[in-house]
Ligand binder design. Sequence first.
Ligand code: LLP
Length: 389
Amino acid sequence: MAVQTPFYFYDLELLENTLQALTDAVPSDNFKVHYAIKANAETRILETIRKYGLGADCVSGNEITKALECGFDASEIVLAGVGKSDAELNTAISNQIHSINCESIEELEVINEIAEQNNQVASISFRINPNVDAKTHHKITTGLSENKFGIPISEVSRAIAEIRKMPFLSLSGIHFHIGSQILSMDPFVKLCQQVNTLLDEIEEEGITLEHINVGGGLGIDYLNPDQNPIPDFEKYFAVFKEHLNLREGQTVHFELGRSVVAQCGSLITKVLYVKKGATKNFAIVDAGMTELIRPALYDSYHEMENITADPLLGNDNYSVVGPICESSDVFGELEMPITKRNDIIKIKSAGAYGQVLSSNYNLRDSAVAYYSDEQSLNVCIGKEQEALA
Ligand code: LLP
């Protein structure tokens, strides 16, 4: 019997191919890639990523706990976030993670206190706001002065002076993250230039850092997911290889989320009704912004395909909408084969910031996940049974 829609379907073969391409593209041993757990925190996804030797980038105490449970080593976990609670800092420090990315001078004092209570010296990176425009959607831009993230470059000297007074902290690195879904390499080149200038300044203070963390942000092809399922990791790493002036022994860390997991996940939903509106046809599906909020939140485009339609029937235009009581609950407008009740629509490129951002608004059930090595999509949607009958 077909499983209940809506559900997430993860293609583990594509995930592994993506991870293989990523690890093959890493140009040298001093390039360390962390996976940004916030993009997708499913246990099976994390375990698969771990197999390829990536570290973990966390933004909460629970993400640290989850990373440890899924086999990530504490020495390969970093914690970022503008508002870390004392309990979260305690989780980071008591587990002796690789680095806490500190986002303000105010936070330093708190970390110092918690490190003292744990009788430890915590390894700190300064998250710097480099004021580089990532040229992406304004809601996922993080590296501009007006954004809440990081310590302004102009405050770095003061931050160094402060950390020098704190015996339970040791400054080991600097951290940046300029935004997400970045498709042009230019912002990353600009970031490298800012990092180089700052490295010189920090060296003048007599400090040599162990690591430079340049964050994540590499975008994916939402427009042509089937033709272009794996991002160009080589081109991306080459930018940093060419433009960063690393010192002897320094490592460069990356925190990639979307580019690792976005294309392997789809949201599978069933058409409940096809309704003729006054100006257009609505295909009302059983998934909504509660399962995938990206179109409502960022006007994001996700390619959709009616995978059960008969292409011989011809096409029509549809507005694909969910059942939630919000006018922003729209997945997109498209031309697709004539669509009817019970057809199945695949919403693609939903593996990153999809399931993790879902909610139970309207008291809806949570969508479950199925994996390609356990069940085929055909079985999930009941097509195989149909063929056997
Ligand atoms: N590092 C930090 C500090 C971050 O804040 C993020 C993402 C990443 C790494 C990973 O970035 P990625 O490689 O995935 O671009 N919900 C939005 C995206 C928000 C990104 C938040 N930070 C969306 O659905 O587009």
